[in-house]
Design a protein around this ligand. Structure first.
Ligand code: DGL
Length: 281
């Protein structure tokens, strides 16, 4: 059995890969389980009650199966709704990805910021409170886009959307009558950083600062592992493993390969495997 710390990264689909990449950059000597609840994808259009019970159900299954040292809810839609319920139910250490409104409001020069998320996240009480607490002095333009979630998933699967399709979604951020330019956009869905390089190449979007929570989350995970005394000296470390886990039992092996490719750019993993397992709800 591996003696390495084990990190579970969880999302509805490919979005959490943007977080997992940041985590492996900061913590390359940890076993990583990447779990996608793709049987219920997308989360951004689910009813609140249904989503809370689904996330509790799936996390119960994953915690029992993998006993992670830290579980990362790499999904703004799930974290902004279910983090409290997860912490109340399980003894596991959770790190939740939530909209990076605070750093965006701090670094914006024009104080006009975009908030790009799922339709569910843009309307959450949790999001309202973040805006109230940290961006009260800003104009925050909120856009909920399920299309961008789908485009990001397709991008990872090797089926990219056109520039026009991406542009049409981003244009929705500009439907304000405000004259001051928007200089910062919060990517408040973990799927969206997967499209950041594409966004940066689009006319009119090159000078925008895209802000997400990835590196802050990686630092938070490291803090928890350090605090628990789980990070051992380098010479004692075996090579880490990567396991991909999908709740849709019909997931084609080519999808697992695409996910994997997004994570192993620097080849840190000794063993890599992919599994499926249905979770009843
Ligand atoms: N990646 C997720 C998020 O950060 C949600 C995508 C979805 O399933 O709608 O919100």
């Amino acid at each position: 059995m591996s003696t390495l710390p084990k990190i579970l990264v969880f999302d509805s689909g490919a979005g959490g890969l943007s977080i997992a990449r940041e985590i492996t950059a900061v913590l390359p000597h940890c076993d990583l389980v990447y779990a996608a609840d793709n049987a219920m994808f997308p989360y951004g259009e689910m009813e609140d009650d249904q989503l809370i019970s689904r996330v509790l159900e799936v996390m119960g299954h994953l915690i029992e199966k993998f006993t992670p040292d830290v579980a990362v809810i790499a999904c703004n839609t799930a974290s902004t709704l279910a983090l409290e319920a997860l912490r109340a139910r399980f003894g596991t250490t959770f790190v939740g990805v939530v909209p990076a409104i605070k750093p965006a409001a701090k670094t914006s020069s024009t104080s006009v910021i975009g908030l790009l998320a799922t339709p569910a996240t843009v309307e959450r009480e949790y999001t309202n409170n973040l805006v109230k607490d940290f961006a009260d002095h800003c104009l925050v333009v909120r856009v909920g886009s399920s299309k961008l979630v789908e485009y990001a998933e397709n991008e990872i699967a090797g089926n990219p959307a056109s520039n026009e399709e991406l542009e049409a979604e981003l244009q929705k951020l500009l439907t304000t009558t405000n004259q001051t330019p928007m200089d910062t956009v919060v990517l408040a869905c973990t799927h969206f950083p997967l499209l950041k390089e594409r966004f940066n190449r689009l006319n009119g979007w090159r000078n925008v600062q895209w802000v997400d929570s990835g590196s802050a989350i990686a630092r938070r995970v490291k803090f928890h592992l350090e605090e628990a005394g789980k990070l051992k000296p380098a010479q004692l470390r075996p090579q880490p493993s990567l396991m991909l886990y999908f709740t849709d039992t019909d997931t084609h092996p080519s999808i697992a390969k695409c996910y994997q490719q997004h994570l192993i750019a620097d080849n840190i993993f000794g063993t890599i495997s992919a599994h499926t397992g249905a979770v009843k709800n």
